[in-house]
Design a protein around this ligand. Structure first.
Ligand code: COA
Length: 262
């Protein structure tokens, strides 16, 4: 795997840990970091045999990601702002649509684009002390990387309005209460252990079926797509896989299944 400037990577037993690595800027997402995220999720897609799970986190104790890099905002006009949002949305969609499960470990601040990045993951684990917020209205802005949509999906319309319009930061405990995260762990190490535990469980299942679960759940939120149809198509497609035959045989033979992703 190539080395990145703003991302640190570690591949251990099929799990790729991707760490946003701009600690002195609280891991703010500048253009280069966004481009590297795009590249690495393409790499994950192209190497799905080798990489069966992804953990996404931020360097240091202080921040997961403190947002899009505000320093770049002074130099852009409406047209470039639209492109920035559309490109950012596309990159985060590639994470959300990834057939490789992605777990975000949220350590410290997850603000603006940081909260949006966490929401693009499939599963979220907050570290005690994490702070979540969409403070864009403090800057005279609104979220641009899908935050208004994913937040509403995750916590519901009433809470999303309050969170987005007040720009208040919420604690890890409140994020758990609101369904913004799946778990809260005491520290980064226990969060990592939890993420590995979850991914290891998923990695024992049939990879094609896992990808089709991701497609079907995401279909619920896509305009003009009938999620029931996506589910039926996915269900049918499984019948053409060797893993389905292996899963049924293993059940009947009372042994663990050995899935191959075929
Ligand atoms: N974009 C660019 N730089 C950022 C940043 C962002 N979103 N968030 C933090 N930084 C930089 C700071 O400018 C500072 O850089 P410097 O040392 O070169 O001056 C460094 O990260 C440390 O941040 P600092 O503000 O000094 O830390 P703090 O502990 O006082 O405050 C925050 C932490 C998160 C409350 C504060 O940094 C903040 O409000 N950040 C912006 C959050 C935001 O609005 N995000 C949404 C963007 S759309």
């Amino acid at each position: 795997m190539k080395s990145y400037i703003n991302l640190a990577t570690d591949l251990t037993e099929g799990i790729l840990t991707v760490t946003i690595n701009r600690e002195n800027k609280l891991n703010a997402l500048n253009r280069e970091t966004m481009f590297e995220l795009k590249e690495i999720f393409q790499y994950v897609q192209d190497n799905s045999k080798e990489i069966q799970g992804v953990i996404l986190t931020g360097a240091g104790e202080k921040a997961f990601v403190a947002g899009a890099d505000i320093s770049a905002f002074t130099a852009i006009n409406e047209m470039r702002a639209r492109r920035l949002a559309e490109e950012g949305q596309e990159i985060f969609q590639s994470i959300e649509n990834s057939h490789t499960p992605v777990v975000a470990i949220i350590n410290g601040f997850a603000l603006g684009g940081g909260c949006e990045l966490a929401m693009a993951a499939h599963i979220r684990i907050a570290v005690e002390g994490a702070k979540f917020g969409q403070p864009e209205v403090n800057l005279g802005l609104i979220p641009g990387y899908g935050g208004t949509q994913r937040l509403t999906q995750l916590i519901g319309k009433g809470k999303a309005f309050e969170y987005l319009m007040s720009a208040d930061m919420i604690s890890a405990g409140q994020a758990l209460d609101w369904g913004l995260v799946n778990y809260v762990e005491a520290d980064k190490q226990t969060a990592h252990t939890k993420a590995v535990e979850i991914l290891s469980k998923i990695m024992k299942k049939a990879p094609i079926a896992i990808g089709l679960v991701i497609d079907a759940v995401n279909a619920h939120f896509k305009n003009g797509i009938n999620g029931y149809q996506t589910e039926a198509d996915g269900f049918a497609a499984c019948f053409n896989t060797q893993d389905f035959k292996e899963g049924v045989s293993a059940f009947l033979e009372k042994r663990p299944a050995n899935f191959k992703g075929k």
